[in-house]
Design a protein around this ligand. Structure first.
Ligand SMILES: C[S@@+](CC[C@H](N)C(=O)[O-])C[C@H]1O[C@@H](n2cnc3c(N)ncnc32)[C@H](O)[C@@H]1O
Length: 235
């Protein structure tokens, strides 16, 4: 099997060149997830539940098969990939990339006991360290709000390159509220830019050539969050 990860050191901790908002997001998550206080423990607990909450809808939306190669952008504690790999009986390695050293450090814990394999890398969505056409499924779970429109276009174009024929992009993000105060609470201090409406998201996906866009329901169990979720095919 050809290694999907470019063996050139890109995506490793040393080689990251980040935009200002990415640096803010990285610092935000490193401080939050790496801390020792109650808020940090609460944050780790919330993200540790992602596998339980989201892996089922992800597997269903992606029509995930054991032979699929999967990559998650902004993989956090890696729980969605870990749970999905286990539930589906995966035959392929899965990859997760994230800006946050603390997220990746924690995601890597206990990796040797997991089969077939999971790889977590510190890397940016804007400089993904993978070869062309090496994944069947790419996931973006609550990451779209960190990207400006030009950055999201760039990421969607790169994902298209990374997907093999028949590949699927799965994404979900918080839905904006008409009442701006709630949106500001969701976005505050984390380097995130904006919450997009369904027409905005759909138009960005279509503009980049994604087709067969299918919305699906995915529920975040903590109010006031509500999601928009899409499955899309590349090419
Ligand atoms: C809200 S968390 C979601 C984590 C995980 N996807 C989940 O649903 O549990 C967003 C994650 O995206 C990462 N992130 C934000 N912008 C990113 C970027 N440009 N490249 C890579 N990771 C990014 C953050 O560091 C953070 O870990």
């Amino acid at each position: 099997m050809e290694r999907p990860h470019k063996p050139d050191g890109s995506g490793s901790a040393g080689g990251l060149r980040l935009s200002e908002s990415e640096a803010t997001a990285q610092a935000f998550y490193d401080r939050w997830i790496g801390g020792t206080g109650l808020r940090s423990r609460l944050g780790r607990t919330v993200f540790s539940l992602s596998g339980t909450v989201y892996s089922g809808p992800f597997i269903q939306a992606a029509a995930l098969r054991p032979e699929d190669r999967v990559m998650e952008i902004g993989s956090g504690l890696g729980e969605i990939l870990t749970a999905s790999q286990r539930r589906i009986g995966a035959e392929q390695p899965y990859f997760g990339i994230d800006l946050s050293y603390q997220m990746v450090r924690r995601a890597r814990r206990g990796l040797e006991s997991r089969r077939p394999s999971l790889h977590f890398l510190v890397a940016s969505a804007l400089q993904m360290p993978f070869r062309r056409q090496c994944f069947d499924v790419v996931l973006l779970s609550h990451v779209v709000k960190y990207l400006t429109d030009p950055q999201l276009r760039q990421v969607l174009a790169q994902v298209k390159e990374l997907l093999r024929p028949g590949g699927r992009l799965i994404l979900w993000e918080f839905r904006p509220y008409a009442w701006g105060a709630i949106n500001r609470i969701i976005l505050r201090g984390s380097g995130s830019h904006k919450l997009r409406s369904a027409p905005e998201l759909v138009s960005l996906l279509q503009e980049q050539g994604y087709r067969n866009l299918q919305p699906f329901r995915i529920h975040t169990p903590w109010p006031p969050f509500r999601n928009l979720a899409y499955r899309a095919q590349a090419g």
